[in-house]
Each structure stands twice: as C-alpha cells, then as structure tokens.
Ligand binder design. Structure first.
Ligand SMILES: Cc1cc2nc3c(=O)[nH]c(=O)nc-3n(C[C@H](O)[C@H](O)[C@H](O)COP(=O)(O)OP(=O)(O)OC[C@H]3O[C@@H](n4cnc5c(N)ncnc54)[C@H](O)[C@@H]3O)c2cc1C
Length: 434
C-alpha cells in the first residue's frame, strides 16, 4: 500500500461520495488513484438510516421535494431505489393554530420588505405584540425562527421550504418524497459504484491537519490511535464548516469573507407495546406540540418520532445527559400533554433510540450576499458543503456544492490550448511506501 493519492477526498457523506462518483464518471478513475477518507466507520455522515419493524427510520436526512431539490430527485431517479410520497405535510395541531398561523403569515407577508434588517421575532412583535408573536413562532414547530439572526425574509423562505409549514405559503402544492428503504442504500450504491472504478475507501481516518509539500499536500490522519501520513496532489474537503474549523487551515479567514454557524438537531424515536395511534386517526400525520417535543410524527402504526432544533434540541440533549430515566420521563410527560389521550396515561413504550446532532444544520451568515458554492484555498485545496449554498441543511445543497467542487478540479485536467496531454498529475509521481 502506498500513501500517495492523486486525489484525496475527505468526508464520505453524500457530498464526498458524489465527488468520487462524478470524478470517475469524468474518466479520472482510469488513470488516477482516488481515495476517500472518513472519521466514521461507515459512509453517509448526516444521513443514517435504520429500520423499525420493516419501516425506515432516518436519524438524519429524511425527505426531499422534487420541486425544490431537482438534483437530489435526479439522483434518486437514477438510483432506481423505491421512493414514496412523504406524508407529513398534513399537520394536526393543538387549538386550531395552523389555520391562524396561515392567515397571520399570509396577511403579514407584504410588509416583510419594509423590515429588511429586523429579526422575525421583532417583525411579528411589531404587528402582533410580543406574546402573540411567540405563540405564532411556536406554531411553526421550528425554534430556529426565534433566533435574532433570522430576519423576516429568511423566516418566510424557511417556512415555504419545509413540508410541515409550506401550507402557510405559496408553496403549498409542493410534493415531498422519501426513500422507502432508506437513504443508506443510496449511499452504499454510490460507494460500490466508486469502488468498482478503483476508488479506495479509508474509514475510521480522522484528518488532523494538512500542509503544502512541494507540488503536493501532506495530510496527517489519526487511525486506531496512530498517526498516519498521506500525500496527495489534489484535495477536496467534503466536510462542513464546523469540521473545517477543527483543521489547521485558518477557516474561514483564508478561504472566504463569510462567517459560519450551526444549529443542533435532535430526533427521538419510540415504539410501543400496543398499536394505538393509528386508531386515533394519527397514522402518517404530524402533530405540532406547544412543548419541547415540537413536531411529533406518527409513522403508520410502527413508530412515533419527535424532531426538534435549536433550544429544544439542547433541552433533549441535556435530558439525555441526565440519564435515560429522566429523558424517558420527560418524553412521556410532554407526550401526555400534547396528545389527545383524554387523561389516560401514555401506553407503555417498548423501545426507543435517539440521535443528537450538535451541528445538524450548518450555514453561512449574511444570507442576502451570494456565497460561492465551493471554496478554494490559496494552496489549491477545494472545499464543498451544503452550508455554502442557498440549500443549506438539505442534501440538495451538498450535491450542488460537490458538483461545483468537481468542476473546479476537472478544470485542472483540461489540456491547455496547443498541448496534447492533460495536467501533469496524470503522470503520477513515484508512489511512496506506507
Ligand atoms: C437531523 C437531520 C435532519 C435532516 N433532514 C434533512 C432532510 O429531511 N432532507 C434533506 O435533504 N436534508 C436533511 N438534512 C441535511 C442533510 O443530512 C445534509 O445536508 C447532508 O447529509 C450533508 O452531506 P455532506 O456530505 O455535505 O456532509 P456530512 O453528511 O456532514 O458529511 C461529512 C463527512 O465528513 C466526515 N468528517 C468530518 N470531519 C472529518 C475529518 N476531520 N476527518 C475525516 N472525516 C471527517 C464526517 O464523518 C461525515 O461523514 C438533515 C440533517 C440532519 C442532521
């Protein structure tokens, strides 16, 4: 085994896997050694599928909209994997709040342009008063909309691009879909496609640092407690901004004039000893809760899921840290408050699991400015992430950014006018022994 790669891709999420398959489809795999590294022992990053009772449970990304996410839709179509209508655009809420939410949002929309800098909370408070503003914000199910960095225009954009809230906007007709067998199969398919063309995967490798070394880059990884060095001629970092900040690459200062931030997400899954919610008419419905459960989804008669962001995600992380009993006690009591159980206790829980994502959604600040969809370091290293696009927080953004990263790399392999060959990297440097 040598420690030299012509192209080294760090990150085997959907962004890194897309880079690998795109580069081999462009013919680079025939001549060049391409390697993909990931700190995890599996591919997928923020996409992780499980099965509960033959029904898919997505710990991370779950749904896409053909209208909003055309690249991802195409990827799913090409994969031939089964997909179906994602049912959770039909919201059941406490106290008829969804109708009020819709009427309020539609009536205030024309005023948004008069408040370009104001937070959504201040905007709503201006017209409705502080208490009503909070009530309306809570009815959206997304805590992030209460953050001071979210302007009214941003909030309207977020609301119209989410399945649970789009009904309050002009996007009400958008369709949503999900992979019925889980996205895990899509990721494995991309991995197999890359491997078949010679791409090598090195999992459980955490990139620690990079430095320029002549015409190459020297990368230091930690792998099973040891430091391993790798040399690469081209590097794509398909990792999000929070991971970029952990490297010695002075991110973002030497990469981009933008600043980046992230929000935590938390999903909790529960199964029950008896099937009970389908007969209450809740099967494949979503309930908006005025408590830290926020959005509760009832997947057919198989499982219940709650999905939260920002302060509610932090509440659940803290609950978990206090121990499983405390976590489950809080889940039970908030469910009993939110569900129409007529004073009955919650039926016994059979099993549960959860996933906290400390950096679930990553994004750039100053959203009104146009961010390049991939970044290039002065040393030539390319970086891609959904966080660089207007589709931050969506798989679509990862695809758009990965496509741009590949275009930038492929430019380097184009023959110059009057030159017969490609970039000198095609004559690969002598390989070094590991
Ligand atoms: C809870 C949740 C729900 C979501 N819901 C949806 C949804 O419904 N629809 C949708 O389209 N999108 C959704 N998303 C967003 C979607 O998951 C992401 O946009 C997408 O998966 C990001 O892919 P990526 O490859 O760009 O980054 P990531 O998936 O973050 O992949 C980056 C990879 O880099 C690896 N890595 C990081 N640092 C290093 C290092 N130093 N060395 C080696 N490896 C490293 C990580 O292990 C990871 O595998 C959701 C995300 C979360 C967390």
């Amino acid at each position: 085994m040598t420690n030299y790669s012509d192209i080294c891709i760090i990150g085997a999420g959907i962004g890194g896997l897309t880079c690998a398959t795109r580069l081999i489809n462009a013919g680079l795999g025939r001549h060049l050694r391409i390697r993909v590294f990931d700190v995890n022992g599996f591919v997928g990053g923020r996409i992780q599928s499980r099965k509960i009772d033959e029904e898919v449970a997505e710990l991370g990304a779950a749904r896409y909209s053909p209208q909003l996410h055309p690249h991802f839709q195409e990827l799913m179509q090409d994969s031939g994997l089964p997909h179906a209508v994602y049912p959770f655009t039909d919201v059941v809420s406490q106290e008829r709040e969804q109708q009020e939410l819709k009427e309020t949002l539609l009536s205030l929309q024309p005023m948004v342009k008069e408040h370009p800098q104001e937070s959504f909370l201040d905007f709503l408070s201006h017209y409705l008063g502080a208490d009503e503003a909070i009530r309306i914000l809570e009815a959206t199910g997304y805590d992030a909309l209460q953050l001071p960095i979210v302007t009214a225009a941003m909030a309207y954009d977020i609301i119209k691009k989410h399945p649970e809230t789009q009904n309050c906007t002009e996007n009400a007709g958008n369709e949503w879909r999900y992979a019925t067998d889980g996205y895990g199969e899509l990721l494995e398919q991309l991995k197999r496609q890359a491997q078949a063309a010679g791409v090598e995967f090195r999992l459980e490798h955490r990139l620690l640092s990079l430095e320029k070394s002549g015409a190459d880059h020297l990368l230091a990884f930690s792998h099973q407690g040891e430091i391993q060095m790798q040399r690469a001629h081209h590097v794509i970092l398909a990792i999000p901004p929070s991971a970029m900040m952990g490297l010695n690459m002075d991110f973002p200062a030497t990469w981009s004039p933008f600043q980046y931030d992230s929000l935590p997400l938390f999903k909790g899954f529960l199964t029950f000893e008896k099937k009970w919610f389908e007969c209450m008419g809740l099967g494949d419905k979503m309930l908006m809760a005025n408590n830290p459960l926020r959005k509760i989804y009832f997947k057919s008669d198989k499982y219940l899921l709650f999905y939260t962001d920002s302060k509610s995600a932090t509440y659940w992380r803290d609950s978990v840290e206090q121990g499983e009993e405390i976590y489950l006690e809080r889940v039970r009591s908030h469910l009993e408050q939110a569900l129409p159980l007529n004073g009955q206790p919650l039926p016994p829980i059979q099993s549960h699991f959860y996933k906290h994502w400390p950096h679930g959604v990553e994004f750039y600040l100053e959203p009104e400015a146009k961010h390049p969809t991939a970044l290039v370091h002065p040393s030539g290293i390319i970086s891609c992430s959904d966080a660089y696009t207007s589709h931050c927080g969506w798989m679509e953004g990862s695809l758009i950014s990965a496509h741009h990263a590949c275009e930038l790399l492929l430019e380097r392999f184009k023959p110059l006018p009057d030159e017969p060959g490609c970039d000198d990297t095609l004559a690969a440097p002598a390989a070094e022994s590991a």
